[in-house]
Design a binder for this molecule. Sequence first.
Ligand code: IVH
Length: 669
Amino acid sequence: MEKTEAKSKIQTLSLEINKHNHLYYVLDKPIISDGQYDLLLKELKELESIFPEFLLPNSPTQRVGSDPLPSFEQVSHEIPMLSLGNAFNDQDLGNWHKRISSSINSHKFEIACELKFDGLAVSLLYENGIFVRGATRGNGSTGENITLNLKTIKSIPLTLTGNPPSLLEVRGEVFIPKSQFLAMNKKREKEGLQTYANTRNTAAGSLRQLDSKITAERPLDIFIYGVGSSNSLDFNNSHWDNLQKLKLFGFKVNPHNELVKNLESATNFYKKWLSEKESIDYDCDGIVFKVNQINSQEILGSVGREPRWAIAYKFPAEQAVTKLLDIQTNIGRTGSINPYAILEPVEVGGVIVRQATLHNEEYIASKDLRIGDWVTVERAGEVIPQIVHRDQSRRNGSEIIFKMPSICPNCSAITSRIENESALYCTNAQCPAQLERLLEHFVSKVAMDIDGLGIKTTTSLIDNGLINDVSDIYFLDKNHLENIDRMGEKSINNLLDSIEKSKSKPFSRMITGLGISHVGSEVAEILANEFKNIDSLMNVTVEELQQIPSIGPKIAISLVDFFQKETNRRIIEKLKTAGIKTEVDNQNTKSHNNLLNQQKFVVTGKMENFSRNEIQNLIKENGGLVTNQVSNSTNFLIAGSDAGSKLNTAIENNVTILTESEFLEMISS
Ligand code: IVH
């Protein structure tokens, strides 16, 4: 194909795909099948790969996520992102209405009624109709640049339609639909993973991923609820008009918004949605009322961060009163003893609740909960119900104070607390209940993905002494398995097959499978990429770990503690013997050797021939460790031109200083 022809084909395909995106994700009215849509996208991708010079950053193919960022940049909001004052009853709302009437000298003013979505506020900036920057609200004045993550949300237009002004910043709420959230949790439960607590935190966590490929996998959606700033005077009439204009530009605006003329109609809108909020597929925690005329909004202004012209009338959280019948504990895969409440079954917002989480001993003490108490249970969009308080007046003296068990309810080993953590732990690394949870996790889809090891089989293997730690899975043979109930020849063969296959799973899966506290699959991938092999990871220090973006102190301490334990080191050795992958695949990287023998390097200043990143990769490929700070454990500082304070620190600490070429010579030998 000719260049000019390709260019125009890329343009028409992009327009066509954008149109179908809008029909599907914004209007919920697709006119072609998913298959036809995929074909269009495939055609565009192919053309863009042959003619990369015509690939635009706002192409519909650019929604799949990009390389991970080291951190988010700060964004300052030219017009602050405000929050809202609350009304909790009709009287609060009436007072708000009165205040406005007297300020603008009229009780006749239109009110825009909108659902209040329970998600995360974002700002989207468009220049000449093209999405150029997206940010979180942050503290209202400064947020974080999350453009790459927002690009993955299909209901956010990358190119606007109609006649948008050359500068337009809109605001809206990112959320996860309830149905998608439930499906996500169901899947996680099946895979033996901890389920997410609620849609709001999951949406927030998804938007704050440095790796936008992870965000791309999350079912995020958005509703736009207003204009932030613009260089056009077209948005100065009324809020309602503005929303209609935003729709024409391709934004997703909630279809249930209504413009009303008086307080009574506003109250009716609230009542209607109080009873109907369960019928919509997103969490809605109240109604936002906004004075419609922009000039009235300007007269009213704001107090602090709260505009006088808008208010959020919150829905009451779903609550019910019931009796706390008992407090029991279960054991997590890290050995944590987790207390939970057994409740007299009660209906809360359409769901029968029998249990509630109690987190840990501190939580129980802070609420002074006793067995026999009458308690209020709340489900506020949360999947796991919480106890919010107890009723002192209904105590009769028979209530029993709960004590966390001093011995493990499963294996009777002594329990103990770890410094700075509120959880209590079973101290027996071989605790059968803990081992069961851990095995469940080790074989799950996110870890080694071994089929055929259900709970019952696992329990029998542990009871028969065939499995004492996760690595024993790899030393099972036919003879062992024949003695286990329910294991016929076929299921034995399938299981052994699946165990064998798991040996070729990537290194990060093994890290995930170890079940280290705070180290889930996302962190495991970061660690695998950073350390390349298990030996480097086992010998890392807390300080070195904390140099890695997205690894905080909790993760760092937990990892180092884990690898310090002799039992864990033995398990790793056994896993190595079994032949599972304990390093990253190297097909794509240069050969990996241990020339630099785990010595610690810091790189500073400008290099001549390489970027800093490339030098750091060279260090790692040759078996060295890279850290950011010079300390007395640093072996070498590679200093380029304009090296700053790190060079001085290195000289003071007698660290060997290398030039770029000295380092290259070192690894070429
Ligand atoms: S208007 C007046 N409209 O609620 C400027 N906010 O508590 C405030 N929210 O940070 C924003 N739905 O994240 C507005 N229809 C809606 C909203 C909404 C949810 C959130 C928004 C804001 C918070 C304020």
